[in-house]
Design a binder for this molecule. Sequence first.
Ligand SMILES: CCCCCCCCCCCCCCCC(=O)SCCNC(=O)CCNC(=O)[C@H](O)C(C)(C)COP(=O)(O)OP(=O)(O)OC[C@H]1O[C@@H](n2cnc3c(N)ncnc32)[C@H](O)[C@@H]1OP(=O)(O)O
Length: 194
Amino acid sequence: MTGTSAALTPPADAIPPVRHPEAPAPGELLGAHYEHCFGCGGGQPHGLHLAARAGEGVTVTAEFTVTPDHQGAPGLAHGGVLATALDETLGSLNWLLRVIAVTGRLETDYVRPVPVGTVLHLEAEVTAVSGRKIYSTATGRIGGPDGPVAVRGYALFIEVKVDHFIDNGRPEEIQAAMSDPDQVRRARAFEVNP
Ligand SMILES: CCCCCCCCCCCCCCCC(=O)SCCNC(=O)CCNC(=O)[C@H](O)C(C)(C)COP(=O)(O)OP(=O)(O)OC[C@H]1O[C@@H](n2cnc3c(N)ncnc32)[C@H](O)[C@@H]1OP(=O)(O)O
């Protein structure tokens, strides 16, 4: 059974997404948005280390290898970890719009169990934009990029300003991030770009 809630149906006045002219070229790795991100950061030993790559239009592909740290049942990936992989992949799409956005709603279908040692091949696209609301979908396959579908995700991201993080994050991490000029420059550049 699949299907999404009404909250994930774009309104009638939604428009197709527009790839930002300075978005990374198709095929380019996007890199981590934050070193300590559980989804993509290199500084998280048990994190997903998910690597996303720009695709054509407003699409990305990504890969994530399930390790023993990611188990729920013996030898199988935890559903919450798979949701994280979907969330991270969907979130990376906003890089191509050059917009800072956070997940407002995420819905998932779990179609097949995902064993430890599996590479989850993900693809995602933005389907519509309405003001600050960004609608997107993702699919995760096992056994190769054209293998059987294991998970699907449907999301609504909401555009925010950098202040969202500054106002709500724990001061220790915010101060560390603010003292990283690359992190601040990138975030501010995204914020002011039309
Ligand atoms: C130095 C610092 C460096 C910083 C460097 C940053 C790097 C870039 C990091 C990115 C990180 C990504 C990481 C992976 C993606 C996550 O995992 S993000 C983390 C998980 N998400 C969150 O923590 C978000 C928590 N929620 C919130 O903060 C607030 O609810 C939100 C989402 C910002 C919305 O609040 P708001 O701005 O007050 O907006 P609001 O008016 O409530 O809603 C706007 C619209 O969205 C709709 N909406 C909002 N929520 C929902 C919902 N759940 N369902 C349906 N509709 C909704 C509203 O109905 C409204 O619709 P309209 O009335 O406009 O038609």
